[in-house]
Design a protein around this ligand. Structure first.
Ligand SMILES: [Zn+2]
Length: 353
């Protein structure tokens, strides 16, 4: 009897063990964490303490997340090669010295790769809070990646007019940082992190033409269907450092919509443009009714259901004008048959010169 049972159970077990690892290798997306300061003494809004950072890394390690090099993750997603189900990329904006002193030892404990987006003027000027070129070369020597965060970290789109001179200046700001990184540290990928995550459609297109991939600061994951000149990242410092809220984001997947068709992010109220802005989105596949019904957007602290014009098109707007400066529409929906959520975010800049 025992013998028989073994025979009958064997194929099931074989099936089970064969089937289980498949989804773990089949992801077509990854999530990116965005950090600035890793310090107890810098402004809290863009900081987390070394202890909190260590807790994030320990959580990734203990919960079977695979931390990937950004280049490796980009190549896999763009070429359609599968990634591990729980793939994470770690990035830092601004080359703060505290990243070098406080974050690197923790990252190296786990052997986690990372990318630092460098604004080069403070390094050139010997700003005492910025890393030196020597430190940045050491970062590369130790396996870190450096990329472009403009020269001067100025607002790129808070300018009177988006004319030819404006675009030439913005691109020169970016080109100069690229040249400085190459001159001081060698080969540098054409990846830009927009200061404050602010961009407009004209700049985005110009960067695409120049072969750049660019990152914002709106939350969400990255897949082939992402807008590659407006890639999202999950801010993980200040109010977002809390692991409880971060867990849901780490496990989330990019909402499959047509990101390239998203509207202009800058609303010029000095030019009479409509505020609040409307986000229109097209789902890339037909989602179950239950998923559509549970899609919610979180705007100015309230959850709102979008308007669906058919089974793939929806739109959402705040119920009052957004304040001047940056705001985000964050939208989530449950993924059918999973405990995880789709995630989508659009950052707006409400601006008057
Ligand atoms: Zn920055």
């Amino acid at each position: 009897m025992l013998h028989l049972r073994k025979i009958f159970l064997a194929p099931l077990i074989a099936c089970g063990t064969w089937l289980l690892p498949l989804p773990a290798l089949a992801a077509d997306h990854f999530n990116t964490l965005l950090y600035h300061h890793v310090s107890d003494v810098t402004p809290r809004s863009t900081s987390l303490s070394p202890d909190e950072f260590a807790a994030h890394m320990a959580y990734l390690h203990d919960n079977n997340y695979t931390v990937l090099d950004l280049g490796e993750a980009i190549n896999a997603v763009q070429s359609g090669q599968p990634l591990a189900q729980n793939s994470i990329v770690i990035t830092f904006d601004d080359a703060w010295k505290n990243i070098y002193t406080n974050a690197l030892p923790i990252l190296e404990e786990y052997g986690y790769p990372y990318t630092i987006f460098v604004n080069t003027d403070p390094v050139d000027q010997g700003n005492r809070f910025a890393m030196t070129w020597e430190m940045l070369r050491d970062v590369k020597q130790r396996g870190g990646t450096l990329a472009n965060h403009t020269s001067d970290h100025d607002y790129l789109v808070r300018k009177p007019e988006y004319n030819e001179q404006w675009l030439a200046d913005a691109l020169a700001n970016i080109d100069n940082a690229q040249q400085r990184l190459i001159a001081e540290t060698g080969a540098t990928p054409k990846w830009l992190a927009y200061p404050y995550g602010e961009y407009n459609l004209t700049l985005k297109q110009a960067l695409k033409d120049k072969g750049y991939i660019a990152f914002g600061q709106q939350s969400g994951g990255i897949a082939k269907f992402s807008d590659w000149q407006a890639l999202p990242r999950f801010p993980a410092a200040g109010p977002y450092a809390n692991l409880k809220s971060l867990k849901l984001k780490l496990a989330s997947q990019p909402m499959p919509v047509d990101y390239a068709a998203f509207p202009e992010t800058v609303i010029r109220i000095d030019q009479g443009q409509a505020n609040p802005p409307i986000l229109t989105a097209t789902m890339l596949k037909q989602e179950k009714k239950g998923v559509r019904q549970q899609l919610r957007c979180f705007i100015l602290g309230a959850a709102t259901a979008p308007d669906w014009s058919d089974t793939t098109h929806w739109q959402i707007s705040a119920n009052k004008a957004l304040p001047e400066g940056r705001s985000r529409y964050n939208c989530t929906a449950p993924i059918w048959g999973q405990k995880n959520y789709y995630w989508l975010s659009q950052q707006w800049l409400i601006y008057a010169e």
